[in-house]
Ligand binder design. Structure first.
Ligand code: B16
Ligand code: MG
Length: 216
C-alpha cells in the first residue's frame, strides 16, 4: 500500500464544466414533462447516474412513465448532452487542474478518476488527458452510483491505496457522502451549501495548492 496520498478526481464539475450541460439537457427534458427544474434541485442530480436522475425528476414531478417512454427520455437527454459536449477540447479543462495533476505526478502520487458518467472516457479523450490517470472508473465500471462508495472503493483498489490515504475532489453532495463513507479525505469544490459535509471546501479548484496535500 502506498504511503503518499492518492488523488481521486471527479470529472463533471471538477475537471471540466460539463455539469452545466447536464443541467441544460435535463431542463430540456423537464420542459417536455412540464416540470420546472431549478438549480437547487439540480444539486441533487450531480454525481447521480442518468437513470437515477430521471427517477428523481419523475418523483419530484409526481409522474409515472412506461419503461419505453422512460428509456426514450434517457436517450433524448443523452443525445442533447452529447451535442452540447461535441466541441469541447483541452481549453475546457478548469484552471488549476492540469498544473495540480502534473505536479502530483512529478511527486509520485497516484491519480485516479471516478466519474458516474458513462461518457467519461469520451470527455477525457476530448480534453486529451486520459494519460494523466493511473486508474479510470466510470459509470460503466460500477453497479451503483454515488452516494454509494463502490466507485471510490474500486479506484482505491486499482491504485493499491488504503481508503484513508485517498483524497477525493468532488463538486457533488452525493460524491462527498460516498467518500466520507470510506473515511477518505473529501474536498468539496463549489459554492453549494450541501458541500459543507466535506472535510474542506474550496469555491474554485484554482484556490487549491498542491503543497497543502503533500503531508495530509
Ligand atoms: P451520464 P461526475 C456525473 O458525473 C454528473 O455529475 C451527473 O450530473 C450525471 O447525471 C452523471 O455523471 C451521469 O452522466 O449521463 O453522462 O452517464 O460528476 O460523477 O463526473
Ligand atoms: Mg461532478
Amino acid at each position: 500500500m502506498k504511503k503518499i496520498p492518492t488523488f481521486i478526481f471527479d470529472l463533471d464539475g471538477v475537471i471540466t464544466n460539463t455539469e452545466n450541460y447536464h443541467f441544460q439537457a435535463w431542463k430540456d427534458i423537464c420542459e417536455i414533462l412540464k416540470f420546472d427544474l431549478n438549480s437547487e434541485l439540480n444539486e441533487e442530480l450531480k454525481g447521480v447516474s442518468r437513470d437515477k436522475c430521471l427517477k428523481k425528476i419523475l418523483d419530484w414531478a409526481g409522474l409515472d412513465l412506461s419503461i419505453k417512454r422512460f428509456n426514450e427520455l434517457l436517450d433524448k437527454k443523452n443525445n442533447i448532452y452529447l451535442d452540447k459536449i461535441s466541441k469541447i477540447n483541452s481549453s475546457n479543462i478548469i484552471n488549476g487542474v492540469s498544473d495540480f495533476i502534473i505536479n502530483a505526478k512529478k511527486h509520485n502520487h497516484s491519480i485516479a478518476l471516478y466519474s458516474t458518467s458513462k461518457n467519461a472516457n469520451l470527455i477525457l479523450n476530448k480534453l486529451n488527458i486520459s494519460s494523466y490517470f493511473d486508474a479510470i472508473v466510470d459509470g460503466n465500471s460500477i453497479k451503483i452510483s454515488k452516494p454509494d462508495p463502490e466507485g471510490f472503493e474500486l479506484a482505491a483498489k486499482l491504485t493499491q491505496s488504503a481508503h484513508e490515504n485517498c483524497v477525493v475532489f468532488e463538486d457533488s453532495e452525493a460524491g462527498i457522502i460516498a467518500g466520507n463513507k470510506l473515511k477518505m479525505m473529501t474536498i468539496g469544490i463549489g459554492k453549494s451549501k450541501k458541500l459543507s459535509i466535506a472535510n474542506k471546501v474550496y469555491k474554485e479548484f484554482n484556490e487549491i495548492k498542491f503543497q497543502d496535500f503533500q503531508r495530509c
